[in-house]
Every structure is written in C-alpha cells, then in structure tokens.
Unconditional design. Sequence first.
Length: 231
Amino acid sequence: MGWRRAVVVGASGGIGATLADLLEQGGAEVHRLSRSVLGEAHLDLEDEQSIADAATRIGAAGDVDLVLVATGFLHEGKSGPEKDWRQIDPAMLARNFAINATGPALVAKHFLPLLPDEGRAGFAALAARVGSIGDNRLGGWYSYRASKAALVMLIRTLSVELARKKPDAFCAALHPGTVDTALSKPFQRNVPEGKLFTPEYSAERLLAVLENLGPEQSGRQFAWDGEEILP
C-alpha cells in the first residue's frame, strides 16, 4: 500500500532526500524537515521547540501515517569514531546521544500523537548494525555504537506504549546499510565490494521493508534487506 501523508526528518541528507522523493513519486504528501533550512521546514534535533513547532504546524492539517527520522551523527571536523578507549570524550558522547538517540525520541514525543488512532501507520528511525550489542565483535566506535543501541531501546519502549494507544501502528529501527553519503565518506575504503550502496538503492530497499511491517513487527530493528537485527 502507498503512504498518504508522510514526514521525513533529515530530508536534506542523502538518504532522507531520496526517501522523500520516492514517497512523493508514490503519491504521498511529504513534509520535508531538516536543520539546514529556514522557515516552516526547519527542525533541529537539538532544539525541542523546533520539533514541537513543526508537529503543531503539520498536525493542524490532519494526521500523518508515516514519520521517518533519516538522520545520524558519526563525525564532525577532526572528531570521529573512537578507535581506543583513551579517545572517549564526554562532549562527543553527548553529541552522539543528542542526535542519534535523544533527537529521534523527541520527534516521537511530538509526532506519534499525529498518527491516526485507527488504520495502518508507522514511525521509523535510521539505526545501524553496529548498534547491536550482540553483534559487536570489533569494538571501537564507543559513542556511535552506544547512541544507536540507545535508539533501538527507545524504539522498543515506544512500541509498547504505541500498541496501547494506536494498535494498528508500528515503530521500527532501520539499518540502511553503508550508503555513499557524507556520513560514511571517511570510511568507505574498508567497505567490501558491492556493499557501498547509493542513496537511491538504500531508500528503495528501506521503503520496501516498511511495506512489510505492521504491529506484529513493532519495536524491532530491520536491515535494508528485511533481515531482523537482534539487539
């Protein structure tokens, strides 16, 4: 089924912009929100008021049946993922959590009430396989791993309340694969051949995964190919 009215947070990024384009091509009315634009489309994950304002504006025109948080933070300037515990820095930990976990949680806080009380609807946020605790065999990347693991827990916890309030809806975490965007650019040389995806391929696969999700799959994390990623 197609989506009727969708919200994409992070719509100026590689994956977010492509998700928004594909949803529009499928007939959805899409509200594109991002930090990098001004005006009504502005939403900063580190500014709750901007999230609340966007939800109020969009909700005034009716409910939405899909909310996608297509954002992520991994590196900034000379600060990148830690290779050694001596590199753990409280400021980088806080920044990772603010954008990768707290921000999506605040989007859920203000946008989940906009989902219809009855009828299929969904909320999804981009997570990462490296956030899986059970799958962590390489170590490193302390801040990013921990913040994405926190996101998965938040999604799981949200799903319990969502099932009570809007039983036809689902929420899920999505792993897009390694995508050729600014976030992954410094780390692409270690990606196996054929595993670096274009934003178009990843977005198409993620939307295909969403088509197969419902309340029974709520609270779980799924990869771009539909595989469930265990916490």
